[in-house]
Design a protein around this ligand. Structure first.
Ligand code: SAM
Length: 318
């Protein structure tokens, strides 16, 4: 085998065959045995470098990265809008100095690059002028590309014929990821912020996503029938930073009363126990759902952050 075909074969093997580590290493060894002596040093060199990572990028990743680039252009660096008064206020009350870095818009490699260029920092100064620094808290309001791949390619079952509702769809990351990485029949976002709805609408039209994606500008508490009929409901850090405590309690109580179709799936970040543990909702979690155990031990490219993946939880309605 020559160099390009050997590398493509390695990438295909690792991506498509879903092997465990030992079998993958065995298969790789035997594959490398078939590489010509002239090509072998080049193959081994490339396997160790970034170019090999690029072979894992598929068309869908490229489309999502393109969308992220367009949204970065359209938004301020923190990807927050001045119309998000309540969210802004809540962040200012945060104890730890925190920056908003939207993981869908800014992948780790891009953050590293911006830090190197001095346009972003992962640290803040403890006493002005000194060398003492501490890590900044990062808050993301969207799933990253890696989290979306994990969600649609590993965590959720085949979604053919199913309807997914993303509560608080914001930039549309879940909807676009679901369009590209799953066969879901309908992907419906509900977002209370009008400007974000408009932004999602522009992307949906531009990329011709209209046949499977729809965005509703609404408070989720007005969408009973949508929730009753949904097969998958996504709640990614949805209320904590955006609603006061009473409104969070009302929203969770409403969702609990509507989402009762047996077998419907809930995807949440963080765990339901954590979100509800802070609130007096009276929801009996064990009666409502059972948790589906996920395998977080997956490789989805150099940006795979298994800690972040472990915040994603899946539940089935009883
Ligand atoms: C953390 S973002 C979730 C982003 C997106 N689902 C994702 O995973 O990439 C939460 C969004 O929920 C919206 N939101 C909060 N409460 C809501 C409500 N009651 N109804 C509709 N949207 C809501 C906020 O405006 C915010 O844009």
């Amino acid at each position: 085998m020559h160099l390009p075909s050997a590398l493509c074969a390695c990438a295909w093997l690792l991506r498509e065959l879903h092997m465990d580590l030992q079998s993958a290493l065995c298969a790789l060894r035997s594959l490398l045995g078939g590489v010509s002596a002239r090509a072998l040093p080049g193959v081994l060199h490339t396997l160790r470098g970034d170019a090999f990572e690029d072979l894992f990028q598929c068309n869908e990743d490229a489309v999502l990265r393109n969308i992220a680039g367009e949204l970065r252009e359209a938004l301020p660096a923190e990807a927050m809008l001045s119309s998000e008064h309540q969210a802004m206020q809540k962040m200012q009350q945060s104890f730890e100095p925190t920056v908003h870095v939207d993981s869908f818009l800014y992948e780790d490699t891009l953050i590293d690059q911006l830090c190197e260029e001095g346009r972003m920092s992962r640290h803040y100064c403890l006493s002005c002028g000194s060398q003492q620094t501490a890590p900044l808290g990062f808050i993301s309001h969207s799933f990253s590309l890696v989290e979306l791949k994990f969600l649609f390619q590993h965590a959720l079952p085949d979604l053919s014929g199913k309807t997914l509702v993303d509560i608080g769809s914001r930039l549309g990351a879940v909807l676009f990821g679901g369009f590209l990485y799953s066969s879901a029949a309908q992907l419906i976002g509900v977002e209370m912020n009008a400007e974000f709805c408009e932004l999602q609408g522009k992307i949906i039209n531009k990329y011709h996503f209209n046949d499977r994606i729809q965005v509703l500008h609404a408070d989720i508490c007005t969408q009973a029938s949508l929730l009753q009929d949904a097969d998958v409901i996504v709640l990614n850090n949805v209320f904590e930073y955006f609603l006061d405590e009473d409104a969070q309690i009302s929203a969770w109580t409403f969702i609990n009363s509507c989402v009762c179709k047996m077998g419907a799936l809930l995807v949440t970040v963080p765990a339901l126990e954590e979100s509800l543990g802070k609130l007096q909702t009276g929801i009996d979690l064990n009666h409502w759902v059972e948790e589906v155990q996920l395998d977080y031990n997956v490789y989805l490219g150099a940006d795979t952050d298994s800690e972040a993946l472990q915040n994603i939880h899946l539940y089935r309605v009883r």
